[in-house]
Write a protein that binds this ligand. Structure first.
Ligand code: NAD
Length: 487
């Protein structure tokens, strides 16, 4: 499989429709996490580059883009849909090379992305005006518009940018906003190639801009910029807190989707043939680098040991390797830093709980990549470090519980509130427990399904704001009333 020609040389910034050098003149190596080798370089943007990109986005927002009708934006989104899908194999390979997820996963998103883009194309009329007579006075009417908020800063992480960037670009194009995207320094290539293809599809200059670089240079500048009206952020809690503080200058609107320590609750009556692989892949998929990962598997005591044994047997069947190899189910972690972080938690887990599978860095032909085995700890207590802190690696904590009340008490004993799961054949248990989990998203007898038209989100310290669905589109709009005296 040959490396796409895009993956070479030094990638520039996209500002106002032009590919430009970063002001710093510096570049960062893009590393293949499966091999540790350099793929190419990305520009190291900084605050003056953000100034240029925000100015370009503002000009576009106030220029011809503001006169695009809903119909024209819909046609544009559908053209983007076609161009992206036509080039999807290349994009999936770029993503696999840059962040390690297997081709089976990156290619597998094609149909989902098609649905997502069609959903946003269907939403371009969300700003439609409604008129209503005033109830407090005769001969008056009021028009209610939903107006685009303006320039949106999108700050995204490395765990799936080929999908994650659409939560910025999709609603921005649907509503008439413009965007400055800041991909993560560890995985920027798919964002750059997608943006290049979008320009080819006819997205007007300045409507989308990309400034690559480090969080402390580019992310901070975007979060504090007086010309940015809204920031949509996905990443860690600490960064989100810095963004909230930085946003105070112009009272930016914020959308924050952060981490989790999501509970996946398996009752004794569950169909274990489905629950074991479902809950296991709820943790291990994407090498555990998933915000909604169900990393605390709460298992009713009567089946705890059987579940743990079957989970270990399942984990042994998972094929780990370079994402380009056919059959690979799990690739490497994103970086040496994440590998060290995960191994640190495995060490802690070894001291506080029972390690029943995995826990080792993989060697042999995988030595140069950042590979770690799927890891299972059993008989974990919920107050242990590995059950409380987000590891962001393929590490599962299996925690026994007795009753549904215990399960909910444990499930909610976390600062996070992103997601959760319930496995049971009992309808009443399914309803009561899924209602009782304090999180933005819950799955029953499945895990990780997300429909772009429904969406997902979090509560508590997993952030606020919704991705997908009408709420997401409306969060890129603000309401405006015009009162008219008809006399
Ligand atoms: P991070 O929050 O540091 O980075 C996410 C994005 O924010 C990146 O683009 C980064 O460059 C940018 N950023 C960093 N500092 C910034 C700042 N001060 N202002 C503005 N933007 C800034 O996350 P990370 O380093 O990529 O990963 C650390 C942890 O975050 C992970 O181990 C995991 O717990 C969590 N995480 C969560 C998600 C998720 O999807 N919810 C994704 C990635 C990471």
């Amino acid at each position: 499989m040959s490396t796409p020609t895009f993956v070479q040389g030094a990638k520039k910034l996209l500002i106002g429709g032009q590919w430009v050098e970063p002001g710093s003149g510096q570049y960062i190596d893009a590393i293949n996490p499966a091999t540790g080798e350099r793929l190419c370089q990305i520009a190291r943007g900084d605050a003056p580059d953000v100034d240029r990109a925000v100015a370009a986005a503002r000009r576009a927002f106030e220029g011809p883009w503001s006169r695009f009708t809903a119909h024209e934006r819909r046609k544009l989104l559908l053209r983007v849909h076609d161009v992206i899908l036509d080039n999807f194999d290349e994009l999936a390979l770029i993503e696999t090379l840059d962040m390690g997820a297997p081709l089976a996963r990156t290619r597998g998103y094609k149909e989902w992305l098609s649905q997502l883009l069609q959903f946003y194309a269907s939403q371009t009329g969300a700003g439609t005006v409604t008129a209503s007579p005033l109830s407090i006075a005769p001969n008056f009417t009021a028009l209610k518009h939903l107006m685009p908020v303006g320039v949106v800063g999108g700050i995204i992480p490395w765990n799936g940018p080929l999908m994650g960037l659409w939560w910025i670009y999709g609603p921005a194009l649907a509503t008439g906003c413009t965007a400055v995207l800041k991909p993560a320094e560890d995985a920027s290539l798919s964002s750059l190639r997608v943006s290049e293809l979008m320009m080819e599809a006819g997205v007007p200059d300045g409507v989308i801009n990309v400034v690559t670089g480090y969080g402390k240079d580019v992310g901070e500048a975007l979060a504090g910029h007086m010309g940015v009206d809204r920031v949509a952020f996905t990443g860690s809690v600490g960064t989100a807190q810095a963004i909230v503080r930085a946003s105070a200058g112009n009272l930016k609107r914020l959308q924050l989707e952060l981490g989790g320590k999501s509970p996946d609750i398996v009752f004794a009556d569950a169909d274990l043939d489905k629950a074991v692989p479902g809950a296991s892949m709820g943790v291990f998929t994407n090498t555990g680098q998933v915000c909604v990962a169900g990393t605390r598997i709460l298992v009713q005591r009567a089946v705890h040991d059987e579940f743990a044994q079957r989970m270990v047997a399942f984990a042994k069947t998972i094929k780990i390797g370079d994402g380009r190899e056919p059959g690979t189910q799990i690739g490497p972690l994103i970086s040496q830093r994440q590998l060290e972080r995960v191994m640190h938690y495995v060490d802690i887990g070894g001291k506080e709980a029972e390690l029943v599978h995995g826990g080792r860095r993989l060697g042999g032909e995988l030595t140069n990549g950042f590979f770690v085995e799927p890891t299972v700890f059993a008989n974990v207590r919920n107050n242990m470090t590995i059950a409380q802190e987000e590891i962001f690696g393929p590490v599962a904590s299996v925690i026994p519980f007795d009753s549904a009340e215990d399960a909910l008490q444990l499930a909610n004993d976390t600062p996070y509130g992103l997601a959760g799961g319930v496995w049971t054949r009992d309808l009443s248990t399914a309803h009561k427990v899924s209602q009782g989990i304090r999180s933005g998203t819950v799955w029953v007898n499945c895990y990780g399904v997300i429909d772009p038209a429904v969406g997902f989100g979090g509560t508590k310290m997993s952030g606020y704001g919704w991705k997908g669905g009408k709420e997401h589109v409306e969060s890129f709009l603000y309401p405006k009333a015009t009162y008219i005296n008809l006399d």
